[in-house]
Design a binder for this molecule. Sequence first.
Ligand SMILES: NC(=O)c1ccc[n+]([C@@H]2O[C@H](COP(=O)([O-])OP(=O)(O)OC[C@H]3O[C@@H](n4cnc5c(N)ncnc54)[C@H](OP(=O)(O)O)[C@@H]3O)[C@@H](O)[C@H]2O)c1
Length: 490
Amino acid sequence: MADGKARLPPRWFIKTAWHVHRWIVRATGGRRGLWAPRPGKWGALRLTTTGRRSGEPRSVIVGYYEDGPNLVSMAMNGWGAAEPAWWLNLQADPQAVVELAGGVRREVLAGRAVGGERDRLWQRWRELDENLDSYAARRPCETAVVVLEPRAAGRLIADGKRMRAVVHDRYGPPSVLRLEDVERPEPEKDEVLVRVRATTVTRTDCGWRAAKPFFVRYFTGLHRPRQRILGMELAGEVEAVGAAVSEFKVGDQVFGVTGFGANAEFVCVRESAALAPRPATMSFEEAAAVCDGACIALAAILRADLRSGRTILVYGASGSIGTAAVQLAKHYEAEVTAVCNAKNVELVRSLGADRVIDYLQEDFTKNGERYDVIFDAVGKHSFRRCRGSLRAGGIYLETDLGFLWHVPPLALATRWIGDKRVALPIPKYTKENVRLLKELIEAGKYRAVIDRAYPLEHVVEATTYVETGQKTGNVVLTVNGEHTDSAQPS
Ligand SMILES: NC(=O)c1ccc[n+]([C@@H]2O[C@H](COP(=O)([O-])OP(=O)(O)OC[C@H]3O[C@@H](n4cnc5c(N)ncnc54)[C@H](OP(=O)(O)O)[C@@H]3O)[C@@H](O)[C@H]2O)c1
């Protein structure tokens, strides 16, 4: 320190170290390279700002410490002379996102500390790095102390562009879900913005959240979920429409299914997607619980070519898909035998099943009955055990990939071998299907079975219940305390 200044490594070394650090964080999805501050040590976070020229997200790793709920960093570029780009970006747009060790993600608002506050925060950094003043003296301008304040719900909702949503930033158990104040989506020109009144937690949502089976990461992100907000089913009111939307107008009450994003106060849905006017005879809660199970069941039933005189056995008739399958099979005039637990026998009979078997009392594979179609609607049976109960030319329908994912190859093999087929129908979430369901509902031929309804805030509890695999029908999330016990005409 001959010149009275603390020594810094050469610039090329600092820059290489940054690149390597950034690469490690990116390659490990944030599991390495980010750490929390400890007593006497600063931490490292990833800060994503909006590029002031490009408008694109720009990420950088910066050091920080915690000051109450705020995160504090220094606007310096390895103590180089220039102002760091991330600080220039924040001065243009102070809204940013930080990622902390452990996959925690926070939306923040950045500001510069001034006066006595700056002195206090500077002093705290000095305690973490005794060379602070010496490094800062190398820079021609004052080094800004940057305070990253969490975006408080009340404050941000006040601007009308915020909403509450269930988010998750890493794959895992139901506890990775939490309610967060996030940016409200804006509809594109072919989209409608729906104010969600009710949504659901489905087995599909659980699969996305837990990344099970593993290959779902191909769609949702290898290391972390790209879609932060889950939820596929919804019922609500149109809040805004894009310029090219002609089918819906503000105030319309709608229901349907979308890929992600419905576990929130608002979601944008394409006009051409699986969205239709809410059935006049249904509440928002009921309407939200219609589409997923029914679209999956419909795919199976259409594959089985059900019609008058054909017989179908629905195994797992008390689940979301099972309750839908029983009703839709009756709509196609098939003769329906349903299999469920004793406690659900009356319910399933009320859905139209001609015969109900309590699986705890009777093993349908051993009673000598034969069916044209056997639909395992809960992924718990197998073709091997059921084939004796299928008629020649019969079809066995599955909802799951099965043990060691044997169902797809089996489906392929039975196209050429034997006289009984296996199929894993792929659901189609289309407007036509949702409109068909609306017609059936209004004609009194279809109803959604709801097991429990939770407020959106209780999403972890609701999800934990769904994952017991023992729900009867569907589990609903109500948004902003909406309880519409009686349906309003749409
Ligand atoms: N192919 C697809 O696109 C797709 C999409 C979503 C889900 N899935 C799969 O479809 C399956 C069903 O989904 P879901 O939402 O309808 O399920 P669900 O609602 O969670 O099913 C639960 C119901 O199944 C009954 N059940 C549980 N074990 C049973 C057994 N061994 N025998 C008979 N009934 C049983 C339960 O009643 P009791 O416990 O009282 O018997 C409960 O009523 C799941 O395996 C899921 O992974 C497939």
